[in-house]
Design a protein around this ligand. Structure first.
Ligand SMILES: *[C@@H]1O[C@H](CO)[C@@H](O)[C@H](O)[C@H]1NC(C)=O
Ligand SMILES: [Zn+2]
Ligand SMILES: [Zn+2]
Ligand SMILES: [Zn+2]
Ligand SMILES: [Zn+2]
Length: 356
């Protein structure tokens, strides 16, 4: 018998399910009570396991109270553990799981895919923390790059409204952390490097972007870019996930790999990254998966992304989305836009339009 420190893995690595162990113990207790009643029980009611096909034995497997392969019930000595990929069945040991694999594989894969989809579509409906302006605390309108200014002193995005308001008060330091602006490229790079050395994921992602474009006197270096973005992802940067998604999606500087791009987009979208959600939707539509595409695009539309509403509108005109879906996208989008409005932002918008 292998040492059972964890559930049996077929992919994932969920923690040991304590509740189900308690459930098993309670169920066994109940069965014990029924059996103890003995003569009062009807024949057949208490036949458990031991070559019994169908009936109670199957029911125990279904409830996760018996090994799906050998039918052995959980006890102090037999600890049943879930197949972590599907959490549909339990086994008494690795040998049983291996013996059962061929028979279980199809149902396991199907359920695992369903579980993944449930997470993919249910998570990330709220904007990520870095999407909020730290001064007015409102979510920044989308596309985010057009509605905020990134400050490399504190690695914060300040919305155009707050930036303009600070300027109008003749405040020319960073309106968030009051650091004077770097003034030249060398100082700006030094500022970023300081935060990179402190392992700030936003700074590491940002430095990667500088290498990507060859800004601040840096030589363009795709190897360095991928290295930095990968490190930023490991430290929790959602933007870096999106950036990796973009380069693999478009094949910009790396070998194009749509599947890899989708994996990055999924991780970012599930953490509230709107453009990633939109891109996932568009790639599903491109593949002809209109239903999956609309589900993604609806989410990004409702988070305030105009491109997603327009994509759904085009799909509706083509008969690929329903009128109700288009209406829902439009309404959600308008509500989200309303929530992102402020007097300062309106003023900044007018000013920027006037400048153009
Ligand atoms: C509608 O679906 C068809 C078939 O999948 C596809 O060829 C077409 O491009 C779609 N139209 C839009 C606007 O997505
Ligand atoms: Zn077994
Ligand atoms: Zn399984
Ligand atoms: Zn603001
Ligand atoms: Zn600052």
């Amino acid at each position: 018998m292998p040492v059972l420190g964890d559930d049996f893995q077929e992919g994932g690595d969920a923690p040991f399910d304590v509740l189900s162990v308690i459930g098993t113990v309670m169920a066994l207790f109940a069965i014990g009570v029924i059996m103890a009643r003995g003569s009062n029980a009807h024949a057949g009611d208490t036949v458990v396991g031991g070559g019994n096909s169908g009936g109670l034995a199957d029911e125990l497997v279904k409830r996760g109270e018996a090994c799906a392969n050998c039918g052995k019930q959980g006890s102090d000595t037999v600890r049943l553990k879930y197949c972590t990929a599907c959490r549909l069945v339990k086994y008494c040991g690795l040998d049983c799981q291996r013996a059962h694999r061929k028979q279980h594989k199809k149902a396991c894969k199907q359920r695992a895919a369903e579980l993944k989809d449930e997470q993919l579509y249910s998570q990330g409906h709220e904007r990520a923390e870095g999407d909020f302006c730290p001064i007015c605390t409102l979510p920044i309108p989308l596309p985010i790059g057009e509605h905020c200014i990134f400050k490399s002193c504190c690695m914060k995005r300040i919305c155009n409204g707050c930036d303009l308001a600070a300027e109008e008060r003749s405040m020319f330091d960073c309106p968030f952390c009051r650091t004077p602006y770097p003034g030249n490229e060398a100082n700006a790079l030094a500022m970023i490097q300081t935060r990179v050395e402190k392992k700030d994921p936003t700074a590491i992602n940002y430095l990667g972007k500088k290498y990507f474009f060859g800004d601040l006197g840096l030589q363009k270096d795709m190897g360095k870019v991928i290295e930095l973005w990968t490190e930023a992802v490991e430290l929790g940067s959602i933007e870096a996930l999106y950036n990796l998604g973009i380069v693999y999606d478009t094949g910009n500087g790396v070998k194009q790999d749509k599947a890899k791009a989708a994996e990055f987009y999924k991780k970012a979208a599930m953490q509230g990254h709107v453009e990633s959600r939109n891109n996932l939707g568009c790639s599903e539509v491109e593949k002809g998966n209109n239903n999956r595409g609309v589900r993604h695009l609806l989410i990004s539309a409702q988070m305030g992304y105009k491109d997603s509403v327009e994509a759904i509108k085009r799909m509706f005109m083509d008969g690929n989305a329903t009128k109700a879906q288009y209406a829902e996208a439009l309404k959600g989008y308008q509500d989200a836009v309303e929530e992102m409005k402020s007097h300062d932002r309106d003023e900044a918008k007018t000013l920027l339009e006037w400048k153009d």
